[in-house]
Write a protein that binds this ligand. Structure first.
Ligand code: 3PY
Ligand code: MG
Length: 264
């Protein structure tokens, strides 16, 4: 059975850099899977991506030697079971705001107690290049369970959430976190409340043996967060990168000054 090297890196205290896939498109996933990111997250929370698209994206990502993760649409057992059963190597669970919610996410993702994951399916084992019996025996050591801290409630409850056994990493969603504080969503902010919250999650995670992570806008911000001690860093998304480059080219050529585009 293949090893989940992202989980191993995080357990060793090392940083691991990934990105987000927001296009419902395995071709984009295949191309991004060869760039050199450690992991890529198939985004199912805020996109039209279906399970059938996701299964092909997981294959495309791992064909480039990259670990296929997924953000589930919401924290429930059905979502978590189905993405793991079709071959995701880890789940990122949005809006985990209480100990009970964290326990539910872990239980859905693990076979052994206190896990309650149901056995069945074929694609999970294939995704790890093994047979079902080996997968059932070893999946709990390979599947990465990541809870998101992206609401002021999660900041208040950080200690009780991050002391739940079975959580590998906590991933800060800065946009939702700022939104829950009444500020404009963004990848970063100099608001004291935000800076304190990010520091609190990082310190609480480290104290509990959980890898701290955060979503950032660019590589400079990624380096800065790694220096601060963050380990699981997502840089933007494939669409963000595509549009940023397209806008740069449009600005260089002053495309907007051409006036209205000809209509056919
Ligand atoms: C957020 O910033 O809210 C996110 O969910 C980023 O992944
Ligand atoms: Mg969010």
């Amino acid at each position: 059975m293949k090893k989940n090297f992202v989980r191993s890196k995080l357990k060793l205290g090392q940083p691991s850099i990934g990105s987000w896939l927001t296009l419902p498109d395995p071709t984009a996933a295949r191309l991004m899977g060869r760039i050199g990111f450690d992991w890529l997250t198939v985004e199912m929370e805020h996109t039209p991506t279906t399970l059938e698209t996701a299964v092909n994206s997981f294959m495309a990502i791992s064909s480039g030697g990259t670990v296929p993760l997924v953000r589930v649409p919401w924290n429930n057992g059905e979502n978590i079971k189905r993405v793991l059963d079709i071959g995701a190597w880890g789940i990122i669970v949005p809006m985990v705001n209480s100990r009970e919610e964290a326990e539910a996410a872990v239980a859905a993702a693990r076979y052994r107690k206190p896990g309650r994951r149901s056995v069945g399916g074929q694609l999970h084992a294939v995704s790890f290049d093994t047979d079902a019996a080996t997968y059932y025996a070893k999946a709990d050591e390979e599947i990465l369970v990541v809870v998101m801290a992206e609401h002021v409630e999660a900041i208040d409850n950080a200690e009780s959430i991050l002391s739940v056994p079975g959580i590998d990493a906590v991933f800060i969603g800065p946009n939702d976190l700022l939104n829950s504080m009444g500020y404009e969503p963004a990848f970063d902010s100099d608001k004291k409340e935000f800076i304190d919250a990010v520091g609190h999650i990082k310190d609480t995670a480290k104290r509990n043996g959980v890898a701290p992570g955060i979503h950032v806008a660019n590589s400079a911000a990624a380096q800065h967060r790694i220096q601060e001690g963050f380990q699981m860093i997502a840089i933007a998304s494939e669409v963000g990168m595509m549009l940023a480059k397209a806008k740069e080219i449009a600005a260089e050529l002053d495309l907007k000054s051409r006036g209205e585009v000809a209509k056919y």
